[in-house]
Design a protein around this ligand. Structure first.
Ligand SMILES: [Zn+2]
Length: 301
């Protein structure tokens, strides 16, 4: 295929994106869309999403299964039934709230597991694969509301498909550079970009914009689930203190900076009405059941 030298950079990038989208098996080019809608805090930013959800979710499911298998081999998987039940209880109140933002989460294969290790870490991988290390719960003596803050934040990353967005950005960047410099053929570049995205996989850190968005949407999710968003402040203060003692994984990509805390303080008044509403609904229906009238999406295994 011959390209005119007059094709604009944007045109080339679009072409690369289209070819990548088909190479990556995306059913349609969703270059400029939002993975969610309906946020009361304006968290539905448009995203570059040229890598398919399926590919990202497959990669993450594989990583998750490998991680669980490794933990199991070391007798470190789900060793504390009480803590696991507690985490699942919190997840079962937050996950239904994701339906407010996208309907397909009802079909996600959500899972919650705990890994017995002192390392302070927790995450929700793309597609709803959640884990908490026992260390983060025990050593920081987390309350349910504080656990809900972490869970809300991590689930927000998943529903906003931040990993998919970062992988899409990397693929577009790699392909764009290759095409424009014309040092390698497009097909070679495409293959390299795909390989690179696969290697980056789940280790790709979220950027600051995504972090801030996960904080915001996470507060919405926890508030709707009936957890007090004020707990985000005590949580991040605990994080800040913990970071002084030792470097730990969660804080390496979630710095408890003054900026983060200021941002959270600004969002809390916006989500408080959702919390008040959730508590009122809970009082009307004191069954101990999730305080949502919506069906629970999926089931937490
Ligand atoms: Zn994060």
């Amino acid at each position: 295929m011959q390209y005119s030298k007059n094709i604009s950079v944007n045109g080339l990038n679009r072409l690369a994106a289209m070819i990548l989208a088909s190479s990556l098996g995306a059913s349609s080019l969703t270059g400029c869309s939002s993975s969610t809608s309906g946020s009361v805090t304006d968290s539905d930013r448009k995203q570059l999403l040229i890598v398919s959800s399926e590919q990202v979710n497959q990669l993450s499911a594989k990583s998750y299964q490998d991680m669980l298998a490794q933990a199991n081999a070391h007798h470190a998987l789900d060793t504390d039934p009480a803590m696991l039940a507690r985490l699942k209880g919190i997840a079962n109140r937050i996950i239904p709230q994701t339906l407010m933002y996208r309907k397909d989460t009802a079909g996600w294969p959500w899972e919650v597991h705990i890994l017995k290790t002192d390392e302070l870490n927790a995450a929700a991988m793309p597609g709803g694969k959640i884990f908490f290390n026992t260390g983060i719960v025990e050593r920081l003596k987390l309350t349910d509301d504080e656990i809900a803050t972490i869970m809300g934040h991590e689930i927000a990353h998943a529903v906003r498909e931040h990993t998919r967005e970062r992988m899409s950005q990397e693929v577009a960047k790699q392909a764009g550079i290759g095409v424009i410099s014309n040092t390698v053929g497009l097909s070679d570049t495409t293959v390299k970009a795909i390989n690179m995205a696969s290697h980056l996989g789940l280790d790709l850190p979220h950027d600051r914009k995504q972090e801030s968005e996960a904080d915001t949407l996470g507060l919405e999710l926890m508030a709707r689930g009936g957890y007090n968003p004020q707990a985000a402040l005590t949580l991040w203060n605990k994080m800040q203190q913990a970071s002084q003692g030792e470097p730990f994984k969660f804080l390496s990509n979630h710095p408890a900076t003054a900026d983060r805390i200021t941002h959270i303080q600004a969002i809390i008044p916006e989500v408080m009405p959702l919390y008040v509403q959730a508590k009122q609904a809970e009082e009307r229906q004191p069954t101990g059941q999730p305080n949502s009238t919506q069906a629970l999406p999926g089931s937490i295994r």
